[in-house]
Ligand binder design. Structure first.
Ligand code: SAM
Length: 239
């Protein structure tokens, strides 16, 4: 069985009771980033962690004190996805990613797709997600929204994706890096100058912040900062 376990996007207090129970109970953890999973498991229970290959060795079966962690990330997903799905038909694994809900803008969906194909049961354990947390406090319309993941980097692809959301009269949501945010805002300000933009930065962390305004106002507010750092979720309303 494959458990899809959402984990905190910053504040560890956002871990759910079901996530804790599932991470303790499962046979092994499948993680994008073993460093993050180690910190998370230590937070949960002081569990010690060992990394392992995808195949369970005899000594890892029935292990209680240590939780086995298998890495599933961009660099190895293609090599191990089938083998992992086969193992999940016999054992229970919990998929976690760097943070948030596994499968949302990360490689997790490929494992879910393979499990569905192989008739392995997949069970979601809902919890934190940056896009939904950002939207819920944005003040922008939430009745219809379009999640665009990470945008492609060219101006034409950016405008095309956002135009699609505008045509659908949906609030657009996407993830962006601090290095690219000003460039992306300049594209938005040229194509949709009177749109309403909300940036949710560092959600659930010490420096959590919402910046609201036209694309130019939001861009100016960012430029006023000594440096542009942190994790960004961007939302745009075209109404
Ligand atoms: N699966 C995750 C989820 O459910 O939120 C998203 C994974 S995606 C690889 C990571 C991106 O989400 C970051 O680059 C950033 O754009 C956004 N993000 C993650 N944590 C965030 C936070 N605390 N505040 C704002 N945006 C965040």
């Amino acid at each position: 069985m494959l458990y899809i376990v959402a984990t905190p996007i910053g504040n560890m207090g956002d871990i759910t009771l079901r996530a804790i129970e599932t991470l303790k109970r499962c046979d092994f953890v499948i993680a994008e980033n073993p460093g993050y999973s180690r910190r998370l498991l230590q937070y949960i229970d002081g569990l010690s962690v060992r990394t392992a290959s995808v195949i369970a060795s005899n000594d890892s079966v029935g292990m209680t004190a240590k939780k086995e962690v298998v890495q599933f990330a961009e660099h190895n997903e293609q090599q191990i996805v089938k083998e992992l799905a086969r193992r999940l038909s016999k054992q229970d694994g919990a998929l976690i990613t760097d943070a948030g809900t596994p499968g949302i803008s990360d490689p997790g969906f490929r494992l879910v797709r393979e499990c569905v194909k192989e008739n392995v049961q997949v069970i979601p354990f809902p919890g934190p997600n940056a896009a939904i947390a950002a939207l819920s406090a944005s003040g922008l319309p939430t009745d219809k929204f379009l999640f665009l993941g990470f945008l492609q980097k060219t101006v034409s692809k950016t405008v095309e994706a956002l135009q699609f959301a505008a045509n659908a009269e949906a609030t657009a949501i996407f993830y962006e890096s601090p290095e690219r945010i000003l460039k992306t805002l300049s594209y938005i300000s040229n194509a949709f100058p009177s749109s309403q933009v909300v940036i949710a930065r560092e959600l659930t962390k010490m420096h959590e912040e919402f910046i609201r305004g036209t694309p130019t106002q939001v861009s100016d507010a960012l430029k006023d900062k000594p440096s542009i750092k942190g994790e960004f979720t961007v939302m745009i309303s075209f109404k």
